[in-house]
Design a binder for this molecule. Structure first.
Ligand code: IMP
Length: 446
């Protein structure tokens, strides 16, 4: 700890929410630092499942402060609904602070997202249609409305007039956008409702870090959806990386102590874009069924495939993972064999093990080189009881070897293993315990 970033290491939906919630047991503050209502972090603190979209996992723990940080794009009405939903579920326990610098996602952004996807046709990104890309475009284009503006109707109105003038073509395409006066009034009211939570979150975080408070920087989406380093153009519009955790929270680099990469024991992807280890047909259906692989925000069925170590090694270097949390190992329980992609064969016959091709078209064209591991057994109630009692040592030997291999290949030891959605379906592992058990002593150079 004291300041840890939690980063999705694949294509999103790695169960970062579950891992963040688990690690929040020993955190004082958790911070969402990018993304917005496109995220869906499923957490099961007790019997009921909670899905967080714009709130960080600390909101579920009393004594914890959840920050929605400056790098986010926030839909105010959705945030208010989310808060109300949690309150109704009896799960609103933490304290909330929302950055005044965070940008506002407007109805116009959602309309633009849908319209752009239509224009792209067969080349559509498969976005969540939540207006994320257009909101970030307006941020860098300097058209954006920020949370701080919401208490100043005259500024909202002036900015909306500019924005609506600049996007006249959209107003023609999407006739049912709210009028400037209506939207100004709605935003003013939403600003009033959110006023108790609005804060300058950077000075708060600087002070907290200096005084040794334990802070978790909770990424949404994932490294491979990063706008620069992901599978462009099939990416989100922010930086879900360790570097992005600093830009998006305002904490300086020296404060970051640990970077935890979160990966599933297999892979999934929603939306379009290259996916070298993707499975088709019945094999994909089985994983989807066993893993409940449907989008937490959009309900879309997720594409499913095996673990891709080229992408995981790349994510490990890009983010400097100090450890890995591997989730959903129970979903593969009972598979006779577990294939892992250890390298790519390129169309020209060359091999690439560490660095994926830059062009999405070229990543589409690689052939995975497989290594197959013996499977581990099902996660029966008996095994689960033993895990609850004895911790990581009770994990099946074949699974320990699989996890040791992943740790060895990425240079980041697996220190958290999740075998179900509940908080208590998690074991922690001392660094390098699996590697020692499996007789792996050589790390790949990092
Ligand atoms: P956007 O973030 O809605 O603009 O979508 C851009 C791409 O990121 C699409 O492929 C989405 O499916 C993907 N994406 C966005 N949010 C998530 C997420 O929370 N999990 C997984 N994929 C996501």
């Amino acid at each position: 700890m004291p300041v840890s970033a939690i980063i999705g290491a694949q294509f999103g939906d790695e169960a970062k929410g579950k891992v963040t919630d688990y690690l929040c047991a020993r955190a004082d503050i958790s911070v969402r630092y990018q993304g917005g209502p496109n995220a869906g972090h499923s957490v099961q603190p007790g019997e009921q499942m909670v899905v967080l979209h714009q709130l960080s996992a600390g909101i579920l723990r009393s004594g914890c402060v959840a920050v929605s940080g400056p790098g986010m794009v926030i839909s105010p009405p959705s945030l208010l609904d989310e808060l109300e939903g949690l309150r109704r579920q009896g799960e609103l326990r933490g304290e909330l602070r929302v950055s005044e610098r965070a940008h506002v996602v407007l109805p116009l952004h959602r309309a633009q997202d849908g319209w752009e996807e239509k224009v792209r046709g067969v080349h559509a990104t498969g976005t969540t249609l939540r207006g994320i890309g257009p909101a970030y475009m307006d941020r860098v284009g300097r058209w954006g409305i920020r949370m701080a503006d919401l208490s100043r109707p005259e500024i909202i109105k002036q900015k909306l007039e500019l924005l609506y003038a600049a996007k006249k073509h959209l107003r023609d395409e999407v006739p049912d956008l709210p009028s400037i006066d209506t939207l100004t009034e709605e935003l003013r009211q939403q600003g009033l409702a959110l006023k108790p939570y609005l804060a300058n979150t950077e000075p708060y975080l600087w002070g907290a870090a200096r005084s040794g408070k334990r802070i978790i920087l909770e990424g949404a989406q994932s490294a491979l959806l990063d706008v620069d380093f992901g599978t462009y153009p099939f990416v989100t519009s922010s930086h879900p990386t360790a570097a992005g955790a600093l830009v998006g929270s305002g904490l300086p680099p020296q404060e970051l102590d640990d970077v935890v990469g979160v990966a599933k024991a297999y892979s999934t992807r929603v939306g379009s874009g290259p996916f070298p280890t993707e499975l088709e047909g019945a094999a994909a259906d089985r994983l989807r069924e066993m893993g409940g692989e449907r989008g937490a925000t959009t309900g879309r069925p997720r594409r499913c495939g095996w673990m891709d170590l080229v992408l995981l090694r790349y994510a490990a270097r890009l983010n400097g993972f100090t450890s890995l949390a591997i989730t959903k190992v129970d979903v593969l329980g009972g598979e006779p064999e577990v294939p892992v992609c250890v390298g790519y064969e390129l169309p020209n016959g060359e091999r690439s093990d560490e660095y994926p091709p830059v062009l999405a078209e070229d990543l589409e064209a690689v052939s995975p080189v497989w290594r197959t591991f013996p499977g581990w057994g099902e996660f029966t109630p008996k095994l689960r009881a033993r895990l609850a009692e004895q911790g990581w040592r009770a994990l099946p030997t074949e699974l320990k070897r699989y996890l040791a291999f992943i740790g060895g290949e990425t240079g980041a030891p697996v220190t958290v293993v999740s075998y179900g959605p509940r908080r208590d379906e998690t074991v922690e592992v001392p660094p390098n315990a699996f590697e020692t058990a499996a007789g792996i002593s050589e790390w790949h150079p990092n």
